[in-house]
Structures are given as structure tokens and as C-alpha cells.
Design a protein around this ligand. Sequence first.
Ligand SMILES: Cc1cc2nc3c(=O)[nH]c(=O)nc-3n(C[C@H](O)[C@H](O)[C@H](O)COP(=O)(O)O)c2cc1C
Length: 461
Amino acid sequence: MSKDLRSFIQQMEQTMPQDFLKIKKEVNPRFELCAVLRKFQESNQFPAVFYENVKGTKMPVIANTLAARERLALALETTSHALTKEYAGRQHDLKPVMRVDHGPVKEIVLSGGAVDVTSLPQVVHCEKDGGPYISSGIMILKDPDSGVYNMGIYRIQIKSKNKLGIYFGAYSHAAHIFRKFEERGEVMELAIAIGHHPAVYLGAQYRGPFEISELEVTGGLLGEPLRMVKGETVDLDVPADAEIVIEGRIPPGVREMEGPFGEYTWYMGDALENPIIEVTAVTHRRDAIYYDIFSAHPEHNLTGLLGREAILWERLKASIPTVKQVVLPFSGTCRHTVYVSIKKEYDGLGKNAALAALAGDPFMKMAVVVDDDIDVLNESEVLWAICTRVQADRDVFIIPDAYVCELDPSAYDIKGKEIRGYLNCKWAIDATKPVEIPFQERAEVPEDMWKNLDLKYYLES
Ligand SMILES: Cc1cc2nc3c(=O)[nH]c(=O)nc-3n(C[C@H](O)[C@H](O)[C@H](O)COP(=O)(O)O)c2cc1C
């Protein structure tokens, strides 16, 4: 049996039943489905929820699957503490795809006039969203020059039975590929997979070189080759074990308004002039399960976390061998802030580490570098280091007019800071102590006295 969404659901049911809930009552995909998740979030709970009965569709919906680190860890068969390094290791274990003649995703094939994406669950997540969105579509493309496959998750607006809107940021490989097709005046064929094993979602978040096939990276993350089957109406292979695949094409030179949409920043992302997708086929399992990602909420951030954390870890390790840990905290949307701890061997290394962190991924806006006595998973320790080890005139530096992401609500345009645009000011804080100048020591009780202390002994009468 190949790994797929169903095998993962089974694993969740068996190993963490308290985090997997089934709801039988009918829910409306417009707000109500997400309202249930939001209510859980109020009390710091993030269960995966399987909705058996969703208004307006025959398909059940699973949402919030990757809303907790423990389930990311389950997807990669590791612990939540070891996640980043596990992803970093597996992403190099490239496994060529397994081409198959048939797959469950072909049980139902609808093309031409039979195509109707409005029969899929029409999930509306946030109050100001521009309508129903597919938040969990993994778009599959082929580079026209090399034939290398690329995957990514992009917000996809359902516009009509056979028309979708899509937004891919200027930085993305998808945008790079689309620019090639558009310059040649050619349509860009694509496939969108919805619902698969979470490792496939994590593979779509790989941030390594363009030349590497994300299908092969995904094989490494899955621990087995990804099974692919020929598309019906496009010259692309599609994941054979997905729940649903939408096939289509983006015509060159066409733009329509798309958005607004609740984003990973937890703000509303602007409505923008974006490409459209003409849908040419929809294929799915007979009893397909629709996979939704709760956008603008923790699942959105966590799904995108590991690809970035892992590549930053590797890039920092390459230039700073004494790097200890790299963390993209929630407070920085798991995308724009990076905390790095290093064993500082010589003066200047803190600044070099900060530069490497900012350069390691275009999304990095703020880098904070601390010594290795600070636990970067504990944000108050990071803030304590900033408070006690930093003088802003010496330890903070600013790089104006760099690209971060246009979705940052404070991003600005080259023509003026008051105009919204692509640009951002990157900055870094070197919160490490000097090496060659004596620095005051931490005040602490001897560790061997308290670390393994048995409090029960003292509380017994
Ligand atoms: C839930 C989710 C939604 C996302 N939506 C978008 C989006 O709308 N546009 C975008 O450019 N990136 C989006 N991303 C980030 C991309 O999927 C990610 O950067 C990916 O690595 C891009 O792949 P590429 O560089 O191969 O194109 C999203 C990520 C997640 C986890």
C-alpha cells in the first residue's frame, strides 16, 4: 500500500486519537467549517477535524491536519524537536517517481462540459475573502526548458465551473516558469492535486534549487517513490494516489482580479490582477476526501515552516559550522523572522550569521542571532538576550529596498514608502556577547544541584 491521505488518517486515529475528531452534523463550508476550528483555537487546541457532512457537496472534508507540530512529526516519522534536521536530511534522499498506468485518482474522470469545480466543497475561510478558495491545491508544473517538475501551494479562487484564479508570488519558481511560457506566448499546462499524504504537502514547500525535482524530494520525505500517472488533458504526470486532481492551463497575457484572501500574515492579502486557469479536467477517487488548509491560521504557517527552516539550517551550517539551531517562530508568521543560535568562536561571527540568515531565503525580514546558551525555541529567552546583550547603534543593521514579500502589509513600492509594493527593509540584531571583551556571567544556581532534583522529597512531610 502506498502512503496517501487515508493511510495518514489511519495513523492519526491509531496513534493520537485525541487529536483527530469526526463531526457528523452538517456544516456549511462558508465560514461554519472554519468557525469550528477557530473555536478550538481559542482554547489552544488544534485537532484535525473530519467533517462527514458538508453542505452542497458529496465529499467529506478534512481540515487542520497539519495544525500542530506533533502531526508534522508524525508525517515524517520523527519527534517534534528533531523535525527541522529530519526534513533537512530527507530532502536530499531524492527518489525518482514510480510511473504507474492506473491510480485511484482516476476512478472518476470528468472533462469538457462535465467539468464543474463548483461541485467541490466551496470553503470560505475568512470573513473578507473574495469567495470560495482552494487553499490546499498542490500545483504541478514542468519547466519548459529542462522538463524538471515543480510543485507549490498557491491560493486558488473558484471563479466558475471551469475557471480559477491563482496567485503565485514574484519570488516563486512557479512565477519563474510562468514568465518563460508567457514570454514565448504559450499556454502553461498544470495540474492541481488536492488531498494526499502530508509529506507531499511538505515536499511542495521544498525551498532548494530550481533544478531539483520536487517530486523526487517528496519521495525522500515520504520514504518511498511518489506514484505518478499520466494526465488526461495535459502533457504532465499527476499524483496517482491523490484524492482529487484538477487539470488546466493558464493562457498567456490574461489577468483578472483575484482576492482578497486571508493570508499567512494573518492579515487580508490584497486583491490583485492575477492569471486565470482554464480547467480542462477533474479526476477523483469515487469516495474522494477533500483536504482543506485553514488559511490565515496556524495550519497555514506550519505547513510552510519546514521547507524554509531546513534550507536555512543547511545554508547557515555551510558558512557557520558552529550554528546550533535555526527557528522560524510563530510571532514571525513562520516565514519572516528567524532566530539563530551559534557557538560564537570569534568576534564578528554574530553579524556574519545574521547576514547568512537574511540571505538564506528571500522571505527573511528580521534575523536575530544569539549565543548557544539561549534556547531559540523559547522566545522570552531570545528577548532577554536582546535586552541585555544588545546596543542598537552597534548591533542592529538595516538593509533597505530588498524583496521580502508583497503580502507583508508594510511592504512598499520603489516609487515611495507610502505606496504598497514588493519592497521591504530587512534588518538584523546581533544579540551575541563579545568574545574578546569580558562580559558579565549569567546568575544561576549550580545546574547539577537543581536539574535532576526530586521536588517530592522536599514536599513530603
Ligand atoms: C497553505 C499555503 C498557501 C500558500 N499560498 C501561496 C500563494 O498563494 N502564493 C505563493 O506565491 N505562495 C504560497 N505559498 C508558499 C509556496 O507554496 C511556497 O513558497 C513554495 O515553496 C513555492 O514553490 P515554488 O518556489 O516551487 O513555486 C503557500 C504555502 C502554503 C503552505
